[in-house]
Design a protein around this ligand. Sequence first.
Ligand SMILES: [Zn+2]
Length: 224
Amino acid sequence: MINIKKSTPPPACLENEKEKASGNYRCGDVLERTRKDFLNKCYICELGFPTTVNVEHFVPHKGDKNLKFDWNNLFWSCGHCNNTKIDRYENILNCTNPEHDVMNWIEYELKPFPTTTIEVHAIPDQKNNPLVQNTVRLLKDVYNGTTTLKKLEAENLRTLLLNECTDFQEQLERYYNCEHEEDKALLYRIITKHLSKDSPFTAFKRWVIKQNPVFLRDFGNSFD
Ligand SMILES: [Zn+2]
């Protein structure tokens, strides 16, 4: 999970739809703008270019029109995460709230061997923060699956995560073994692109950098 900034002002159609008996919160350019604001990534699992998407109510509206048509309550999530979260994980960290440091308060790690496993846990000084605890619980369920079908979806998700992180690690290895200035500069750009917010699974890759003093020295200032 990474922090996202929602665009302003809210789409004008939301206020109009709110007044109708059966208004549509997916009106006007709501879908396009939500996709753009969230960098075309699921805000929960960080899958890029998801093929099944839900515009999710971050706080379930439960019939409350103010929540249902609130632009700041509309988030972009993949079908897997949306179905996992539905009504069961309230009070999680809000990635659009700049005071919630979603990337740094939770440690994200992919362990490739002997099977691909995902470690997600609160950093020591956030262990007692209930928002962090709830978010960690949701992320663990998303990456591991909660039902027979969701376990299979989670396995596919972990494969995509493994492919992305393997490529990232290979580029790092190439960079540190490279002796040609031009090639090294190109690899530097590829690695910083991997670390940008619009890249898939950014939090996992940034934690690889954060945990190695040399990587941190060379790439720590490229986090956007
Ligand atoms: Zn997702």
